[in-house]
Ligand binder design. Sequence first.
Ligand SMILES: *Cc1c(COP(=O)(O)O)cnc(C)c1O
Length: 367
Amino acid sequence: MSKVLETRLEIDLKALESNFNLLKSYLSPKTKMMGVVKAFAYGTDSVIIGKHLVEVGAEHLAVAYIEEGVRLRKAGVDVPILVFYPQLEEIENLIDYRLTPSVYTHHFLEGLCQELAHHHVDALSVHLKINTGLNRLGFEVSELDSVLKHLNSEPKLKVAGVFSHLAASGNKNEIEFTKTQISKFEEARGYFKANLTYAFESHICNSSGILNYPEAEYDMVRAGIALYGYGNNPTEHKMLKAVASLKTVIAQLRTIQKGDSVGYERKFKAENTTKIATLPLGYADGISRIFGNGKARVLINGTKAPIVGNVCMDTLMVDVTGIDCEEGDEVEVFGKNNTVIDFDIEHQTIPYEVITRISQRVTRVLV
Ligand SMILES: *Cc1c(COP(=O)(O)O)cnc(C)c1O
């Protein structure tokens, strides 16, 4: 498949390292770091990012699906890789590639036990996931007796970790709720401490957990979004650095007159003489149509230019009236200078969504 070479997602490993070190500074030196590289490392490149995270000191990595873990193993990544959503159909790969499943249902736990009976492996490490209030995935604290029974019936299964996930660790209005989650987790963890004959690692904090609840760091933390340069408020954003910058160039410039329209459905109508730049990227590249009609701005030669009219599949148009620019000039859609937070319009989206949506059609380049 041919790629649109003008549009590229630049990946800055220095920024990644700086974010990694900043997060480490919140933690006790012995707390381990699990770098979350699911969804192409939040839209960048999981192999490049995963390898670099290991190089700078991440002891673990995490992905969403088994296939994402296999890809890292094939690229030579050797640290433990936690798989958040393993599927029973792919257990072969899980075992062959020494991936660590997150186990959160009896259905999966039983399937895993059955499968292990046929395999010549001595042991398989798992991390048990506990539901403490997100109500997405995880065993209830009340189910732990039966979980333990299963574990005792399959000696090949080794609990390497017990973890949970916070629902609102970045929300200052939910501190009480978050504390209930932490104490429920404490209960589950205590249960396994009392009933397993060996040690395991506990973890509950995601990025905002690290920034807001360092007292709940336990043995390990799972950092995603902050490693890529985004926090929950302006202060955090200032400390972090964008790893990914989406760049493109001006494909064409034109001047239109009062009353002329731009794009499909004629959504933009010029009120005055207006200079329009067309950029070679659109919703097929991951720039949602919600950013059309002035809802987001891109950076051209130091000035922010609003998107005008509807975003098209392969192109979008911006108003560059008063901006000194030429065809071929570089445009930063988001990244280092024009942070993705400018896209966070009316709470319709979040940085996570904006950066993970950049499609595989866009070339990734290391800078
Ligand atoms: C994605 C994910 C993380 C990382 O969260 P961030 O907010 O990006 O730091 C951690 N834990 C689990 C279970 C996740 O699914």
